[in-house]
Design a protein around this ligand. Structure first.
Ligand code: HEC
Length: 206
């Protein structure tokens, strides 16, 4: 009898597992690497994101911001490969898109303007990693902030926080709402979101 009960319980667990997988697959049918949440709704730190598609790296150095840049680092932005392909095909981000912005300090300055000299010339050069911000598209879960949730995993060297709470509207989403180029994302800065021109006459039409 006990054995039967154990089997039944095991079967039930398997069913629940399958159901929750099916639910997850339904929530984000167009991405394989899905955003993962803890039971209390915190976003888990995305893993291995440096192997995703790298789409750009805006830079706001101290020297150009009265020595008081909020984010003096390169802003290295990554997106899951499937969300990237989806954007190229449809011109929009699918549900479950995760945009990771890893901050990377510039190498130590040698000149007052923050620059230094390397073999290639004088300029700014990428140094050590220094923080992680993430945005996730889920129109239902984040309906209150235009369909995207924003999370900060720390503004410091790795390791980053294992999970992050949803940021308040005024800390992140409001600025993206007011200024982003399309759908809460600054797409205009990311060349990789635009197909390389082929040189064919049709390219001139875009
Ligand atoms: C005052 C405006 C402002 C605020 C506040 C802000 N951002 Fe952004 N964010 C930007 C701009 C501008 C860019 C693109 C240029 C850049 O990175 O410098 C950007 C880029 C991003 C990107 C890369 C994808 C994209 O949308 O282009 C992520 C991810 C991101 N921000 C997350 C956050 C998070 C998380 C917070 C809150 C902790 C936050 N942002 C707060 C202005 C803001």
């Amino acid at each position: 009898m006990q054995h039967c009960l154990r089997l039944a319980a095991f079967g039930l667990l398997q069913l629940l597992g399958a159901l929750s997988l099916a639910y997850a697959a339904d929530a984000y049918p167009d991405v394989k690497i899905e955003p993962a949440f803890t039971n209390n709704g915190e976003l888990r730190l995305p893993t291995d994101f440096r192997r995703w598609v790298f789409i750009g790296a805006p830079l706001t150095p101290h020297a150009l911001n009265n020595e008081a840049a909020g984010f003096p680092e390169y802003h290295n932005v990554y997106v899951q490969p499937e969300a990237y392909d989806y954007y190229l095909r449809h011109g929009s981000f699918p549900e479950g898109t995760v945009l990771v912005k890893e901050l990377q300090l510039t190498k130590e300055r040698a000149f007052p303007d923050g620059s230094r000299l390397e073999a290639s010339g004088r300029g700014f050069f990428p140094g050590t990693p220094n923080g992680l911000d993430v945005s996730v598209k889920d129109s239902k879960r984040f309906a209150a902030t235009s369909g995207w949730g924003f999370f900060n995993f720390g503004h410091h060297a790795p390791p980053y926080e294992a999970s992050a709470t949803l940021a308040a509207l005024e800390s992140c989403a409001s600025c993206h709402q007011a200024n982003a180029h399309e759908d809460m994302v600054f797409t205009g800065f990311y060349l990789q979101l635009k197909p390389l021109p082929t040189g064919k006459p049709m390219d001139n039409m875009k």
